[in-house]
Each structure stands twice: as C-alpha cells, then as structure tokens.
Design a protein around this ligand. Sequence first.
Ligand SMILES: Cc1cc2nc3c(=O)[nH]c(=O)nc-3n(C[C@H](O)[C@H](O)[C@H](O)COP(=O)(O)O)c2cc1C
Length: 302
Amino acid sequence: MDLSVNLSGLHLDNPIVPASGTFGFGREFAEYYDINILGSFSFKGTTKEARFGNPTPRIAECGASGMINAVGLQNPGIDAVINRELPELKKIFHKPVIANISGFSIEEYAYCCERIDKEEQVGIIEVNVSCPNVRHGGMSFGTSPEAAAEVTRAVKAVTTKPVYIKLSPNVTDIVAIAKACEEAGADGICLINTMLGMRIDIARRRPVIANVMGGFSGPSIFPVAVRMVHQVSKACNIPVMGCGGVSSARDVIEMMMAGATAVQIGAMNLKNPYICKEIIEDLPRVMEELKIERLSDIIGIV
Ligand SMILES: Cc1cc2nc3c(=O)[nH]c(=O)nc-3n(C[C@H](O)[C@H](O)[C@H](O)COP(=O)(O)O)c2cc1C
C-alpha cells in the first residue's frame, strides 16, 4: 500500500500536512508524538516584523461544528524564525517544511519570501493572501484576481522554490483568483483559509471574541472546502493542497478525490493533538476498505 504523493517534485511519505497556525513550529506537538511521521507541515504565518496579534479572547469553540479565531498573525517575525525557530525545528523534524508567509504590502511578501527561500529546510513557500493590503484600504489581497496575481509575480521574481498561493474562501469567484495566480506563475494553490464568521455570547451580550468577527474553521467548513478544491483543480493545471474541516482519514480521501494532492489539517489539531497521527495510522485501513492501492491514483478522480 502506497501513501506517498509528489508535491511539485517534493516526495511526501503521506499527504498529511498540519495547517499553518495550528501547529506552531512543531515543538509542542513533538512532545506528543514523533512529528517525522507527517508528510510535512506548514509553520505559523510569518511576517517581516514580530506581531503580538489581536486582543483576547481570540479563539472560541463553536459547539461540535468548529471554532472561530482572530489570532491576528501572532509570530516572532522573519529574523527570529530564521535565526531561532528553524535551527530548533531542524533538531526535531527531518523533512522539508512548508513556510507560510504573510504580508501587508507586496514588498513585505517579497522581502519575507526572498529570505525564507534561502533556508535549506524549506521545501515549499506558501503565501497567505488573506491579509489586508494596508496601502489599499485594508482589502485582502486574496479577494481580487489582480492583487493575488501581483503578490504571486512579486514572490516568484525573488524565489527559486515552489510557491503555493493560499486562497481565502471569502470571495465570489474562487476560480478566477486561482487562475490569475496560475497565470502569474504560481506552482500550486492551497485552499481554503478560514471563512469569515461571528458568534455572540448571549449571556454577556458581547461577541465571543474581542475582534468581533473572526475566521471560522473546523468540520463545518468541509463541504465548502471540497467544493472549492474541486472547482480549482479542474480549472487549473497546477497542484492543489486541500484544507478546511478535515477530521478523518475518510475526509482525506474525499479531499483527494476532489483534486487535492496533499491535505492540510487545521482546527482539529487544537481539539485533538493526536489527530494527524491517528489519521496517518487509519489511512491504510480505509484504503483497504475502499480498494485503493496507491493514494496518488485517486487525486482528482471525481
Ligand atoms: C488558530 C488558527 C490560526 C491560523 N493561522 C494561520 C496562519 O498564520 N496562516 C494561514 O495561512 N492560515 C492560518 N490559519 C488557517 C488554517 O491554516 C486553515 O487554512 C483553516 O483553519 C481551515 O482549515 P481547518 O478547517 O482544518 O481549520 C489559522 C487557523 C487557525 C484555526
């Protein structure tokens, strides 16, 4: 039975990749299990400067369905990631890692990606275009094909490694944005990021998180993610990393049938730190049940 996949020339032992922001830089999870069983993982969204993030409370559970977060890209900044986090990571994770980069201007994306591109352990650069463009009224780069393409071009001009653009689902036409990124030179697409949501604590008569609105994710968004992965993988000729609501080995297989070459797992890591390990261990059993010999055979079969 073969669980391996090829992601832009990168051999992954299996398609399981913890999603950015839900796995830190791996350290905390390495205390629970050997994280080298993972296909890879996407580290916390990194920006040029260190960021403390939004005021608390900034994460809230939403029943069994998922969670809402407005962490606000808390991270130590690109210098500390390169000088402190990556040398530490090398000691506990011995595979290529996915570098998730965020920015608030085109220049910031290019600056961070150019620097992270030089790091040996980085196998893929994942560019999160869900951030607000501070020079253009704060509208997210990922909500317009032109802005997403502009980020892609700027990053591709200064990097040598595969660049995946991570898209926001909070748009009317995900295909137009994905195609604009592909035409601008993206090597792959990752989707989806969180969906904009809001909950209210009715006893306290206040939003559950201080930021009022936040990113909704977890099992409830799975059908939306499957739909978008399907649409984008059919419309584009570059690989797709599927993400959004994945919580079981069966979900992984469904996401791959929809068109994903690798599958990211986000919110569920916070609920059950063993989820990725459990899914990796469960995959061969589900493959056998569904008569799948090689996982890569099912990519995009629907
Ligand atoms: C607490 C939290 C922090 C996140 N931080 C980032 C981030 O820094 N960069 C990014 O691209 N996505 C970030 N995300 C989005 C996830 O990587 C993922 O795309 C999204 O949560 C959907 O997957 P899920 O339903 O499995 O959680 C974050 C999500 C959560 C829940």
